[in-house]
Ligand binder design. Structure first.
Ligand code: BG6
Length: 516
C-alpha cells in the first residue's frame, strides 16, 4: 500500500511513528556516562571516540554528559582537550565542529583515588548538578575501565555514596571490562561483589566481539536462511575452526598481560562466545533472556577433548620478522621477565555434548605475532561420500568450507569444487564471496559504539551474563591447571603460525589448521 506510512524498502521511516521498528537506530535518553580509568588506553582509543561517533550519528540526546574520573590533576578543560585529541586521532566518523562543541559542553572531570570517600562525594555532587544543568535526569552509567582488583573498591564506593541506587524512574548501570576474574573461583567472587551492589539486570559485561557486525551476523546467517541449517550439524560438518590471530606483539602491555596469557585474554571470552553463537540452537526469540538461555545451554554442554596433553597447545613468540620489520621475542619486550612463562599462543579442542554436535571437534586458537591479523570461523565439511571421478581429477579438491570472516575484510566465503574450464573433468576448489564492502553502502559501526549505545538504552542482548562467564571459566580452568603443572609454552618465531605442537595437535586427528 502506498502512502506515507508504507514501510517498503525505499520509504523513509519516521522514528516517531514507528518507535518499535528495529530498522531504526534508537536514540539514547537523557543520561551521563562516567568513565573510571579515563587515562587508560581503552578510554583513549575506543571509548571516547565511540562516544563522539554516537554523537555524530545523532544517537546521543542533547542532555548527555561524559564524566571522567581519575587521579590526574585535570580541570574540565584539560579533560576536554584529552578527549578532543583522542577523537581526532581515533574516531571512525569525520570531525564536525558543531557536534563536538555541543558534546563538549557536557564534559566534566572529577579528580580522585578509588579509596577516597571525598572524591566519590564530589562525583555525586557533579552528577547532581548535571541532572539539573544538562537534564541528565538521574540516569547514570558507570564504566569500569580499570584493573579488576579495583572493582570491589569502586563498587563499594558507588554504594556508600548512594550513587548505585536509582531513585524514582531513573536508572543506574555498571559496565565492566574483562578480565572477569582469572579462574572460576575469582569470577564467582567478582560476580558476587558486583551483584551485591547492582542487580544483574543493571550489570553490563563487555565482550567487545559481540558488538562487531560480523559477529551479530552469525545469527542472521543461521536463522534468517533456509540454506545453511540443514548442513549445520555432525551429519555434514567435520569440524569447526575458530581463529583469532594478531600480528601485534605485547610491547607496552606487560602490566596487563604477563601472567594472564592468551587463553585467559581471548579464549575465555571472545572465542567461547563465538563458539556459543555458532553451536547454539535457534532461540525462541531475540529477547535477551532467550538468547542467553541458548548460549548457556551450549556452554554447559561443552567439554575439553581429553587427554589435554594431546589436545591443547601453547606457545610464546621469539624474535622474528613481521613483514619487513625485525621484532623482538616476548622475553625482550619491556616489562616481561626473561623467564616469563606467559603464553602468547593458545589452542584448545572442545566438544559439545548434544545431538547436533556429538563427535564434531571445535578447535579454538589465538595468538600474538602470528602471520597476519585475522579472525574467522570456519565450518569444514565432510568429504562427499563418493566421488565418481578419476582420482587424478580431484587431486586439487579439498573439503567444502564455509568461512565467516569476522575481520578484517569482513564477509563470508563458501569454498566448493568446480570444473576447471577446458579440462575433461578436473575439479578444483573455488571461492564464492560475500563482502560487506561491496554488498552494503552502510558502514559498520565500531563494536564500542554499538555496545555503549546499548548500555545507555538498557538493551542487554549483547552482554554475557554472570552464568556465561562462570561456565566459560569452568571450561578453561582444567586446561589452565594442566598447563600450570606441566612444562612451559613452546617457542614459535614471530611472523609464523604458532608452535609446532599446535600443528601436531590437529595432525593427530588427521586434520590441519587453515592458513588464512
Ligand atoms: C582484547 C584483548 O580483548 O582484544 C587484546 O585483550 C586484543 O589482547 C584485542 O588485542 C583484539 O581486539 P580486536 O577487536 O582488535 O580484534
Amino acid at each position: 500500500m502506498a502512502g506515507e506510512d508504507a514501510l517498503g524498502p525505499d520509504s523513509w521511516i519516521n522514528p516517531l511513528r514507528h518507535p518499535q521498528d528495529k530498522r531504526l537506530p534508537r536514540i539514547a535518553g537523557p543520561c551521563s556516562l562516567v568513565i573510571f580509568g579515563v587515562t587508560g588506553d581503552l578510554a583513549r582509543k575506543k571509548l571516547m571516540p565511540a562516544v563522539y561517533d554516537l554523537a555524530n550519528r545523532g544517537l546521543l540526546p542533547p542532555s548527555f554528559a561524559l564524566v571522567g574520573f581519575a587521579r590526574r590533576d585535570w580541570s574540565d578543560e584539560d579533560f576536554g582537550a584529552i578527549v578532543h585529541d583522542a577523537v581526532r586521532e581515533h574516531s571512525r566518523t569525520g570531525f564536525r565542529e558543531e557536534v563536538w562543541e555541543r558534546l563538549a559542553e557536557g564534559f566534566r572531570f572529577v579528580q580522585g583515588e578509588f579509596h577516597d570517600d571525598a572524591a566519590f562525594d564530589r562525583l555525586k555532587a557533579t552528577l547532581r548538578s548535571l541532572d539539573t544543568e544538562r537534564g541528565t535526569d538521574g540516569n547514570h552509567a558507570f564504566y569500569l575501565s580499570i584493573p579488576p582488583k579495583a572493582f570491589p573498591t569502586v563498587c563499594e564506593q558507588l554504594e556508600r555514596s548512594g550513587l548505585a541506587a536509582p531513585s524514582g524512574d531513573s536508572w543506574r548501570r555498571v559496565v565492566i571490562e574483562k578480565p572477569f576474574g582469572h579462574d572460576l573461583e575469582s569470577a564467582r567472587e567478582l560476580n558476587a561483589i558486583v551483584n551485591s551492589v547492582f542487580p544483574e539486570s543493571s550489570v553490563f559485561r563487555i565482550d567487545h566481539y559481540l558488538g562487531k557486525e560480523t559477529v551479530q551476523n552469525i545469527l542472521a546467517l543461521r536463522f534468517a536462511n533456509q540454506l545453511f541449517d540443514p548442513l549445520w550439524s555432525s551429519h555434514y560438518v567435520d569440524h569447526v575452526q575458530i581463529t583469532m590471530a594478531e600480528d601485534i606483539g605485547l610491547g607496552g602491555r606487560a602490566g596487563y598481560y604477563d601472567g594472564i596469557g592468551a587463553a585467559r585474554d581471548v579464549i575465555q571470552n571472545h572465542l567461547l562466545q563465538l563458539m556459543a553463537l555458532v553451536a547454539m540452537e535457534e532461540p525462541i526469540s531475540f529477547e535477551p533472556k532467550q538468547l542467553q538461555a541458548e548460549k548457556i545451554k551450549v556452554l554447559s554442554a561443552t567439554r575439553n577433548i581429553e587427554p589435554l596433553s594431546e589436545n591443547t597447545a601453547r606457545g610464546q613468540y621469539t624474535a622474528g620478522w613481521q613483514g619487513s620489520e625485525k621484532v623482538p621475542g616476548l622475553k625482550d619486550e619491556d616489562g616481561f621477565a626473561k623467564d616469563s612463562t606467559t603464553e602468547t599462543f593458545a589452542a584448545i579442542a572442545l566438544e559439545v555434548d548434544s545431538r547436533r554436535w556429538a563427535g564434531v571437534p571445535f578447535y579454538l586458537r589465538t595468538g600474538k605475532r602470528l602471520g597476519r591479523r585475522v579472525t574467522e570461523i570456519a565450518l569444514v565439511f565432510k568429504r562427499a561420500p563418493h566421488l565418481p571421478f578419476d582420482q587424478t581429477m580431484t587431486e586439487e579438491l579439498s573439503q567444502n568450507v564455509l568461512v565467516i570472516r569476522v575481520q578484517p575484510d569482513e564477509g563470508i566465503t563458501l569454498r566448493f569444487g568446480s570444473k576447471v574450464p577446458a579440462s575433461s573433468m578436473e575439479v578444483r576448489d573455488v571461492n564464492m564471496d560475500f563482502s560487506y564492502g561491496t554488498a552494503f553502502t552502510e558502514a559498520s559501526p565500531e563494536a564500542y559504539e554499538r555496545l555503549i549505545l546499548d548500555v545507555l538504552l538498557g538493551e542487554p542482548s549483547l552482554f554475557p551474563v554472570n552464568e556465561e562467564v562462570e561456565l566459560s571459566w569452568q571450561i578453561l580452568d582444567p586446561v589452565l591447571d594442566y598447563w600450570a603443572k606441566n612444562g612451559k609454552p613452546d617457542p614459535y618465531e614471530a611472523g609464523t603460525w604458532g608452535p609446532a605442537s599446535a600443528d601436531e595437535m590437529l595432525a593427530r586427528h588427521g586434520r590441519q589448521w587453515r592458513r588464512p
